[in-house]
Design a protein around this ligand. Sequence first.
Ligand code: ADP
Length: 306
Amino acid sequence: MSSARVVVVGSVNLDLLYRVPHLPRAGETLLGADLVRLSGGKGGNQAHAAAKIAPPGVTVAMIACLGDDEGATLLRGELAAAGVDVAGVQTVAGPSGTALIAVDDRGENTIVVIPGANGAWPESAVASIDMRAGDVVVVQLEVPFAVVETVVSRAATAGARVVLNAAPLDRRATELLDNVDVLVVNEIEAAELFGFDAGLSADDIAGIAGGLDTDLVVTLGARGAVFAPARGEATSLPAFAVDAIDTVGAGDAFVGGLAAALAASATLETAVRWGSAAGALTATVVGARHPGLDRKAIETLAGPVG
Ligand code: ADP
């Protein structure tokens, strides 16, 4: 069986979640509780989902920068345990990317993200990435834009297929599209990127897709997703019905599932189905990564990859 690679280039974060009775005011010292450490970061979440459900013959590699702290050991170990090749995860001096997430008794939260190593990529980290024809290279925008720019251009030159998840939104993402094969955005990102008000109609999405030379996938949360091949017709796919309890990370799992299917030569429609299944299943657990995600569960919802 021929082998195909998903190469995810991007962010890995340590999420520190804790409960507080109320969100602290300036100058206030509070007692918090229930501190948990979870692996996160868009890139790490995407690689995790892709590796968990990879069809036979598909391998998943992560390219990222971690700090030289204790969190890095946990982050690297969890990706490796999910089956991700972490040989391309480099160590840089300083802290790993960290998100401090306070949740109060009413469910309100405040999040402080400290990019740490995600914002400190040395040039060598990009120059050494091994990208080949036939690879599916996945990027998001949680690392410096210059890194994404270089990766996208090098991937295209190498003949890899490029999946750009333009999140968190940066309007400069449109400058990359010449070298992007599949653009994945949620509804809010799509509206901002293409100059629409929030609340895109099906016609708006079809209009955006019709003017793009890139395949487009717009995710709509519990309402599913719309996809269109470059300059083609838009098709809606409803979400799979699940008991959703926490949709954090659904978008990342969607991208991972889509990429894993594309690496196995799936059509765009099948890849969107696989992404939707990964997103739906991830919404059934607390946290951004579903430890029990596997290919069989995806196939039960979305059907075989080919
Ligand atoms: P993001 O987290 O980037 O905003 P979305 O919320 O659009 O992404 O979710 C990505 C995908 O995950 C959706 O297109 C859908 O397929 C799936 N998904 C998200 N929420 C649910 C849900 N409540 N039920 C079923 N599927 C969901």
